[in-house]
Design a protein around this ligand. Structure first.
Ligand code: GLC
Length: 549
């Protein structure tokens, strides 16, 4: 049984997108040697655990989320020894490390799929989801299902005159999890990496594992656009393709498998889409006997105000009481950079960090958030993300509008630009004379690790102070959450207690001088503003967040 003090409940996670993190070999691509070299940075910043996006052999059509061999490193990222070295070095730096596990689909270049598509009676045929088309002539897809991207999810294959199902992009055929052989093969992948010492997995689009066994059409939905708290779009729900009861039950099987490895206990965090209530089901109903936790993306559509954050916190607290633990995440390699979503307002970014690192739950920080990296403006015709390809010919204003509405989802290059390490050409990501795989964001001369580490009032300085406090104050990692009644603070101030400390976050450009009665005599332990530690509390500055004792 997990206790409140099990490592993953206390850890703050850092997500690395290896292709864009650090180029250790000088070819313009981030890689495993680069990541290994920067582990001390991750540790010194104050993070406890790393989630690494996929680095396995892959045609890189979806930059690693299309895997062709689950056991080997992509040569452009490193060797198989580098993977083992990465695990070992992470542990030497007292970091836990979790890998990204893509169970739903493989690349269409995976040897399994190459075999599967070769003939109707190939032994691997039933490893993927194949169906006849609808009549007349069978040239219509088997049913109306759309992929997660809103396009037709069935792909016609001439060799055998059948269609295969792909929940994401067309070159990512879904594995058929109703076939026990698939389960056996993928479970041996999981065991392989657990035995190699990995501390757990982030589970890629886990809600898509099973589809309706009878292949019934997805029902009509009144919604045109996608949203964080429901599946489906373009007037079609995803009831028959997302979050099926079989998929929810499968989470328990995964947990049982991973729980065979106890020293240390391993950790599973799922990427599923739907309301927090829906995805909570993956964690188990009464006991936390499913996934340890799941990402909750409702955070991304929450207005940046105290009442909205209070409501969201109440909601996550009600849904995820002990032994459950909510995840707090505001960005990743698929989403608009957080700071850009906040209008480039660095004080808001610091306030968000103060919230994320003090609220009860597991914080996930995507590389570059800690220095306030912004979204790279992308020319749609040069976008490398395959998701953007169908939108290439749109007039630029329309492209930008859809980018805005979808939170950057139709071209993910913007949040994947190289990590900004220094003020040198190419931001220290790769040698100055080499062209990085994506352009570096033009603000790198001011926004980079080296410069910000020297300035305590930077976004980076703020992250370090709050991460450091999290390490020093156990209550920030383990104490229950007690939201202060709004009457104790101003309406635009969100307040809560964690054990012996109080957190006050001023979601407003107005300063709040003076010491409101309940906090008179308190001392500032940390603030989003540098140099306030140890001072008596004298009110809040604009957009200031503090921890008091
Ligand atoms: C997840 C990943 C995304 C990837 C997709 C298909 O949503 O985060 O980057 O393209 O799954 O694997």
């Amino acid at each position: 049984m997990d206790t409140k003090t099990v490592w993953w409940k206390q850890a703050s996670f850092y997500q690395v997108y290896p292709r864009s993190f650090f180029d250790g070999t000088g070819d313009g691509l981030g890689d495993l040697p680069g990541l290994i070299a920067k582990l001390p940075y991750i540790r010194d910043t104050g993070f406890d655990a790393v989630w690494v996006s996929p680095f396995f052999k892959s045609p890189q059509a979806d930059f690693g989320y299309d895997i062709a061999d689950y056991f080997s490193a992509a040569p452009e990222y490193g060797t198989d020894e580098d993977i083992l070295h990465l695990i070992d070095q992470a542990h030497r730096h007292s970091l836990k490390i979790i890998f990204d596990l893509v169970l739903n689909h493989t690349s269409d270049r995976h040897p399994w799929f190459i075999e599967s598509r070769s003939s109707l009676d190939n032994p691997k045929r039933d490893w993927y989801v194949w169906r006849d088309g609808r009549k007349p002539m069978g040239r219509k897809p088997p049913n109306n299902w759309r992929s997660r991207l809103g396009k037709r999810g069935w792909q016609y294959d001439e060799t055998t005159d059948q269609w295969y199902w792909a929940a994401f992009l067309d070159f990512q055929p879904d594995l058929n999890w109703r076939n026990p052989r698939v389960r056996e093969a993928m479970f041996s992948v999981i065991r392989h990496w657990l035995q190699a010492g990995v501390d757990g997995f982030r589970l890629d689009i886990i809600g898509s594992i099973f589809e309706d066994a009878d292949f019934r059409d997805n029902p009509f939905s009144p919604h045109l656009l996608p949203a964080e708290d429901r599946g489906g779009m373009f007037f079609q729900s995803s009831d028959r393709t997302d979050n099926l009861p079989e998929t929810v039950a499968f989470a328990k099987d995964l947990r049982a498998l991973v729980d065979e490895y106890t020293d240390p206990p391993r950790f599973l965090v799922g990427e599923a889409f739907g309301t927090a209530g829906t995805v909570k089901a993956y964690c188990g109903e009464r006991e936390n006997d499913g996934l340890n936790t799941v990402f909750l993306f409702e955070t991304l559509q929450t207005p940046f105000t105290a009442p909205a954050f209070r409501k969201l916190t109440e909601r996550f607290e009600a849904l995820f009481p002990e032994p459950f633990t909510p995840v707090w995440v505001f960005g990743n390699h698929d989403r608009m950079r957080v700071l850009t979503a906040l209008g480039g307002h660095r004080d808001k970014m610091k306030l968000l960090a103060a919230f994320q690192l003090t609220v009860r739950g597991i914080p996930f920080t995507y590389q570059g958030e800690e220095i306030g990296m912004t979204q790279l403006e992308t020319d749609q015709r040069r976008c490398q993300d395959p998701v953007s390809f169908p939108y290439r010919r749109l007039p630029p204003f329309l492209f930008r509008l859809i980018m805005k509405i979808t939170g950057g989802a139709i071209c993910r290059d913007g949040c994947r630009s190289p990590m900004q390490w220094t003020a040198e050409t190419n931001s220290g990501f790769c040698p100055p004379e080499v062209q990085p795989w994506l352009p570096v964001c033009p603000d790198f001369r001011e926004v980079n690790v080296e410069t910000e580490a020297r300035e305590s009032d930077s976004v980076y300085g703020c992250y370090r102070r709050f991460l450091d406090l999290r390490h020093r104050f156990e209550e920030l990692r383990t104490a229950p959450m007690e939201l202060l009644p709004p009457g104790d603070t101003a309406a635009e101030v969100l307040g809560y207690r964690r054990g012996g400390v109080t957190v006050l976050l001023n979601f407003s450009p107005q300063g709040r001088p003076g010491r409101p009665a309940p906090f008179a005599g308190s001392t500032i332990c940390v603030s989003t503003r540098a140099g306030r530690e140890g001072k008596p509390f004298d009110g809040l500055g604009p957009w200031e967040g503090v921890v008091l004792r």
